[in-house]
Design a protein around this ligand. Structure first.
Ligand code: NAD
Length: 486
């Protein structure tokens, strides 16, 4: 069927999902698989008309959804989680084929997390309380009121995971949603629409508009009926969205890029530190949180580099559906070009590729480690979003902190040290939304997540998500018989 795309036997609707119905567009765009560049099919290419229709559907559905009890909203979110778990294998293979990340990670880690996101925010909703307090006999009562239609815009590197991280709290809060997935990985968002409908989510509560950001974006982000915009993506797009949202002063949550450091101190368990560094090649380095700048204390730099080169040499690159593969392809030929350009310019400026440093067949780029890089160079300052790490050395804690904080980003930082007091000292001086000590990527949904500086604004996670997706209201009630208005 022309409106469907079949991936590994799984049939996915390639139209929008608006007001509880599939909606086609006159225009379409072609979806490719990064695994071999092959065409997967044609996807509806939305524009202002589809954006308008989706916001109208979200607005129409809002009053009833906002009035739905917390327990019923939570029940429906758990039913969506059940649907995700039921279709876990299908979601995993479709996502892998669409964005090139490892199938085994999608099966074991990512898709279970998608289900968990729905369960977590359903359960958290039921615990949301704020103690009433007294002001001269008057009671203050704080409530989390649903805010209205939300526009949620997601990138391609973890499509369904990041969509669920936004959709779940927004729905739990009693908001309605227009989800705009990335055009390089549009398929699992469409599957989520089906799962939500099967779970019984009322029409119009969740809408999915497909298409290019530049064509569909402004109509969504400048819309006066939209009450929240949550965006995960790049800094330039965020600037554009912020300007567009300014027309209505629509509150924004921005989760953006990073250039996070991994600080390896001489007292660290060096094997652990090398393991943490090699882990940064996961998802072919297309991870916002990736610690792409390795900073090593001088006395251990040579030994660290030797062990890193050895470990990196053991990585297998290839088809992400293959169990033995450690690193898959980059998402798109344009991304590959971008990565290659960064590395070529860095090498031209004097950097040395001690690991990799070149493209392979198809959309694959070798895991790469560059040394001899200056702190103010492009390769140290700019997010590559590919399997490219830099290595610099430092003499002492002061220099480590100066290098670590020396970019315009502040998303995350990772420390490898055997000294807990040092970890505490250094952590206190780092500018980062998340700091990991002797570990990486351990995430808990109760914790605030977000970036400092140009890595983003605001925090989501736990109660912070509800602070964003709700209109907080304080109701002050006078004691019975109160007459003193003076
Ligand atoms: P991108 O900014 O190019 O696109 C992200 C989304 O924005 C896509 O859905 C795209 O269609 C849409 N978009 C583009 N132009 C738009 C416009 N004018 N109006 C509205 N929407 C528009 O980013 P990307 O290349 O898809 O993703 C990679 C970036 O995302 C990296 O910088 C990465 O660090 C960041 N990221 C951040 C986090 C985080 O949590 N901080 C997580 C994952 C990715």
């Amino acid at each position: 069927m022309a409106d469907r795309i079949t991936v590994a036997g799984v049939s996915v609707d390639a139209r929008h999902w608006i007001g509880g119905a599939r909606v086609a567009s006159a225009e379409k765009f072609t979806d490719h698989s990064p695994i071999d560049g092959g065409v997967l099919g044609e996807v509806a290419r939305g524009g202002p008309a589809e954006a308008e229709a989706a916001v109208a559907a979200a607005r129409a559905a809002f009053p009833a959804w906002a009035a739905t009890s917390r327990t019923e909203r939570a029940r429906l979110l758990h039913a969506i989680a059940d649907g995700v778990e039921k279709r876990l294998d299908e979601l995993a293979i479709v996502e892998t084929t669409d964005n090139g990340a490892l199938l085994r990670s999608h099966r074991r880690g990512v898709m279970p997390r998608v289900a968990h996101n729905f369960r977590f925010f359903a359960d958290w909703l039921l615990t949301l309380e704020h103690d009433d307090f007294d002001t001269r006999g008057h009671t203050n009562h704080v409530s989390w009121d649903p805010a209205g239609p939300c526009v949620l815009i997601t990138p391609w590197n973890a499509p369904l995971m990041l969509a669920s991280w936004k959709v779940a709290p927004a729905l739990a809060a009693g908001d309605t949603v227009v989800l705009k997935p990335a055009e390089w990985s549009p398929l699992t968002a469409s599957m989520l629409a089906d799962i939500a409908a099967e779970a019984g989510l009322p029409a119009g509560v969740l809408n999915v508009v497909q298409g290019y950001g530049a064509e569909v974006g402004d109509a969504l982000t400048s819309h006066p009926d939209v009450r929240r915009i949550s965006f995960t993506g790049s800094v330039p797009t965020a600037r554009h969205i912020a300007a567009s949202a300014a027309a209505n002063l629509t509150p924004l949550s921005l989760e953006l890029g990073g250039k996070s450091p991994l600080l390896v101190f001489a007292d660290a368990d060096l094997d652990l530190a090398v393991g943490l560094a090699v882990e940064q090649y996961d998802n072919a380095g297309q991870v916002c949180l990736a610690a792409t700048r390795i900073l090593v204390e001088e006395p251990v730099a040579e030994e660290f580099t030797r062990r890193f080169v050895e470990r990196a040499g053991q990585l297998t690159q290839g088809d992400p559906r293959d169990r033995a593969t450690d690193i898959g392809p980059t998402i798109h030929p344009r991304q590959l070009e971008k990565i290659d350009g960064f590395v070529r310019r860095a090498v031209g400026a004097g950097a040395r590729a001690v690991v990799g440093g070149h493209r392979k067949d198809g959309q694959y780029y070798t895991p790469t480690l560059l040394t001899d890089v200056a702190q103010d160079s492009e390769i140290v300052q700019e997010e590559v979003f590919g399997p490219v790490l830099t290595l610099q050395t430092f003499a002492d804690e002061d220099e480590a902190v100066r290098l670590a904080n020396g970019t315009r980003f502040g998303l995350a930082a990772t420390l490898a040290t055997g000294d807990p007091e040092r970890a505490e000292r250094v952590t206190a001086r780092l500018v980062a939304g998340t700091v990991w000590v002797n570990c990486f990527f351990v995430r808990d949904l109760r914790a605030p997540f977000g970036g400092s500086r140009q890595s983003g604004t605001g925090r989501e996670g736990g109660t912070w998500s509800f602070d964003f997706y709700c209109d907080l209201k304080n109701t002050v009630t006078a004691p019975e018989g109160w007459t003193d208005h003076g």
